[in-house]
Design a protein around this ligand. Structure first.
Ligand SMILES: [Zn+2]
Length: 187
Protein backbone atom coordinates (compact mmCIF):
# COMPACT_ATOMS: atom_id res chain seq x y z
CA UNK A 1 0.00 0.00 0.00
CA UNK A 2 1.24 3.51 -0.78
CA UNK A 3 1.88 6.01 1.98
CA UNK A 4 -1.35 7.79 2.84
CA UNK A 5 -2.10 11.40 3.76
CA UNK A 6 -4.95 13.32 5.34
CA UNK A 7 -5.65 16.84 4.09
CA UNK A 8 -8.27 19.12 5.62
CA UNK A 9 -9.48 22.69 5.32
CA UNK A 10 -9.08 25.05 8.26
CA UNK A 11 -12.11 26.30 10.24
CA UNK A 12 -15.56 25.07 9.20
CA UNK A 13 -18.96 25.59 7.63
CA UNK A 14 -20.28 27.23 10.82
CA UNK A 15 -16.94 28.43 12.23
CA UNK A 16 -15.70 31.07 9.84
CA UNK A 17 -12.04 31.78 9.26
CA UNK A 18 -10.63 35.03 7.97
CA UNK A 19 -12.76 37.08 5.60
CA UNK A 20 -11.19 39.73 3.43
CA UNK A 21 -11.13 39.96 -0.32
CA UNK A 22 -11.23 36.16 -0.20
CA UNK A 23 -13.19 34.00 2.24
CA UNK A 24 -10.68 31.68 3.92
CA UNK A 25 -13.03 28.72 4.48
CA UNK A 26 -14.41 28.80 0.93
CA UNK A 27 -11.00 28.96 -0.70
CA UNK A 28 -9.31 26.47 1.64
CA UNK A 29 -12.02 23.94 0.70
CA UNK A 30 -11.37 24.50 -3.01
CA UNK A 31 -7.63 24.00 -2.56
CA UNK A 32 -8.12 20.84 -0.48
CA UNK A 33 -10.53 19.38 -3.05
CA UNK A 34 -8.28 20.08 -6.01
CA UNK A 35 -5.05 18.93 -4.31
CA UNK A 36 -6.77 15.72 -3.20
CA UNK A 37 -8.03 15.16 -6.75
CA UNK A 38 -4.55 15.67 -8.24
CA UNK A 39 -2.89 13.35 -5.71
CA UNK A 40 -5.40 10.56 -6.24
CA UNK A 41 -6.02 10.99 -10.01
CA UNK A 42 -2.82 12.35 -11.55
CA UNK A 43 -0.53 10.63 -9.04
CA UNK A 44 -0.78 7.16 -7.57
CA UNK A 45 -1.51 8.72 -4.17
CA UNK A 46 -4.04 7.63 -1.58
CA UNK A 47 -5.50 9.35 1.42
CA UNK A 48 -8.41 11.24 2.89
CA UNK A 49 -9.80 14.76 2.78
CA UNK A 50 -11.95 16.45 5.36
CA UNK A 51 -14.08 19.58 5.77
CA UNK A 52 -15.80 20.31 9.07
CA UNK A 53 -19.51 20.82 8.35
CA UNK A 54 -20.86 20.26 11.86
CA UNK A 55 -18.96 22.15 14.58
CA UNK A 56 -20.46 25.34 15.95
CA UNK A 57 -17.66 26.48 18.26
CA UNK A 58 -13.96 27.02 17.69
CA UNK A 59 -12.84 24.39 20.20
CA UNK A 60 -15.26 21.85 18.77
CA UNK A 61 -13.95 22.70 15.31
CA UNK A 62 -10.32 22.13 16.27
CA UNK A 63 -10.98 18.80 17.96
CA UNK A 64 -13.28 17.60 15.17
CA UNK A 65 -10.57 18.22 12.56
CA UNK A 66 -7.78 16.67 14.62
CA UNK A 67 -9.92 13.65 15.59
CA UNK A 68 -10.61 13.00 11.92
CA UNK A 69 -6.90 13.09 11.10
CA UNK A 70 -5.97 10.84 14.01
CA UNK A 71 -8.67 8.30 13.05
CA UNK A 72 -6.97 7.53 9.72
CA UNK A 73 -3.97 5.47 8.71
CA UNK A 74 -1.53 8.01 7.24
CA UNK A 75 1.98 9.33 7.57
CA UNK A 76 1.38 13.02 6.87
CA UNK A 77 -1.24 15.51 8.09
CA UNK A 78 -1.90 18.67 6.07
CA UNK A 79 -4.10 21.61 7.02
CA UNK A 80 -4.93 24.34 4.52
CA UNK A 81 -5.47 27.92 5.69
CA UNK A 82 -5.20 31.44 4.35
CA UNK A 83 -3.56 34.28 6.25
CA UNK A 84 -5.02 37.63 7.28
CA UNK A 85 -3.34 40.87 8.34
CA UNK A 86 -3.08 44.44 7.07
CA UNK A 87 -3.74 45.17 3.40
CA UNK A 88 -0.02 45.38 2.63
CA UNK A 89 0.92 41.96 4.07
CA UNK A 90 1.68 39.47 1.30
CA UNK A 91 3.16 36.05 0.70
CA UNK A 92 2.95 32.32 1.39
CA UNK A 93 4.13 30.55 4.52
CA UNK A 94 4.01 27.09 6.02
CA UNK A 95 3.80 26.36 9.75
CA UNK A 96 5.22 23.25 11.36
CA UNK A 97 5.82 21.36 14.59
CA UNK A 98 8.88 19.36 13.51
CA UNK A 99 8.81 19.31 9.70
CA UNK A 100 11.13 22.23 8.93
CA UNK A 101 12.46 20.92 5.59
CA UNK A 102 9.07 19.94 4.21
CA UNK A 103 7.54 23.24 5.35
CA UNK A 104 10.28 25.27 3.67
CA UNK A 105 9.72 23.36 0.42
CA UNK A 106 5.97 23.86 0.64
CA UNK A 107 6.20 27.57 1.36
CA UNK A 108 8.59 28.07 -1.54
CA UNK A 109 6.44 26.01 -3.92
CA UNK A 110 3.30 28.00 -3.09
CA UNK A 111 5.08 31.36 -3.36
CA UNK A 112 6.62 30.41 -6.72
CA UNK A 113 3.30 29.17 -8.11
CA UNK A 114 1.57 32.40 -7.09
CA UNK A 115 4.47 34.73 -7.88
CA UNK A 116 4.39 36.26 -4.39
CA UNK A 117 6.85 36.49 -1.47
CA UNK A 118 8.09 33.31 0.16
CA UNK A 119 7.68 34.04 3.87
CA UNK A 120 9.13 30.61 4.61
CA UNK A 121 8.71 27.91 7.23
CA UNK A 122 7.65 28.92 10.73
CA UNK A 123 7.81 26.75 13.83
CA UNK A 124 4.48 27.00 15.70
CA UNK A 125 4.40 24.17 18.23
CA UNK A 126 1.58 25.77 20.21
CA UNK A 127 -0.98 25.49 17.41
CA UNK A 128 -3.68 22.95 18.24
CA UNK A 129 -3.60 21.20 14.88
CA UNK A 130 0.19 20.85 14.82
CA UNK A 131 0.41 19.84 18.47
CA UNK A 132 -2.38 17.30 18.52
CA UNK A 133 -2.13 15.45 15.23
CA UNK A 134 -0.16 12.30 15.95
CA UNK A 135 1.79 12.21 12.66
CA UNK A 136 4.14 14.75 11.06
CA UNK A 137 2.00 17.77 10.27
CA UNK A 138 2.18 20.99 8.28
CA UNK A 139 -0.21 23.92 8.15
CA UNK A 140 -0.28 25.90 4.92
CA UNK A 141 -0.99 29.63 4.88
CA UNK A 142 -1.53 29.92 1.13
CA UNK A 143 -1.62 33.73 0.91
CA UNK A 144 -3.35 36.71 2.53
CA UNK A 145 -7.11 37.06 2.10
CA UNK A 146 -6.61 40.71 3.04
CA UNK A 147 -4.28 41.50 0.12
CA UNK A 148 -5.57 42.59 -3.31
CA UNK A 149 -2.29 41.42 -4.81
CA UNK A 150 -2.41 37.97 -3.21
CA UNK A 151 -6.10 37.49 -4.06
CA UNK A 152 -5.46 38.34 -7.71
CA UNK A 153 -2.41 36.05 -7.85
CA UNK A 154 -4.41 33.25 -6.25
CA UNK A 155 -7.36 33.58 -8.64
CA UNK A 156 -5.07 33.68 -11.64
CA UNK A 157 -2.85 30.78 -10.58
CA UNK A 158 -5.22 28.45 -8.73
CA UNK A 159 -4.39 25.38 -10.82
CA UNK A 160 -0.64 26.07 -10.72
CA UNK A 161 -0.86 26.46 -6.96
CA UNK A 162 -2.71 23.18 -6.46
CA UNK A 163 -0.32 21.33 -8.76
CA UNK A 164 2.64 22.76 -6.82
CA UNK A 165 1.19 21.79 -3.43
CA UNK A 166 0.39 18.30 -4.73
CA UNK A 167 3.91 17.86 -6.08
CA UNK A 168 5.54 18.66 -2.73
CA UNK A 169 3.25 16.16 -0.98
CA UNK A 170 3.78 13.56 -3.73
CA UNK A 171 7.56 13.91 -3.51
CA UNK A 172 7.43 13.61 0.27
CA UNK A 173 5.27 10.48 0.19
CA UNK A 174 7.00 8.85 -2.80
CA UNK A 175 4.11 9.08 -5.26
CA UNK A 176 4.68 8.98 -9.00
CA UNK A 177 2.65 10.55 -11.79
CA UNK A 178 0.30 8.31 -13.73
CA UNK A 179 0.29 8.02 -17.53
CA UNK A 180 -0.68 11.14 -19.50
CA UNK A 181 -4.12 9.83 -20.59
CA UNK A 182 -5.39 10.47 -17.08
CA UNK A 183 -4.73 14.19 -17.49
CA UNK A 184 -7.85 14.47 -19.68
CA UNK A 185 -9.67 14.60 -16.39
CA UNK A 186 -7.94 17.81 -15.31
CA UNK A 187 -9.51 21.18 -15.85
ZN1 LIG B 1 -7.06 29.93 9.32
Amino acid sequence: MVNQFVISSGHGKYVQGAIGILNEVTEARKVVNRVYEILTNNYNGAGFKFHDDTSTTQSQNLSTIVNYHNSKTRILDISVHFNAATASATGSECLYYSELTLSAKMSKAMANALGITDRGAKERQELYFLRNTSKPAILLEVCFVTSEKDAAAYRENFERLCQAIAKVIADNLGYTKKAASISNATR
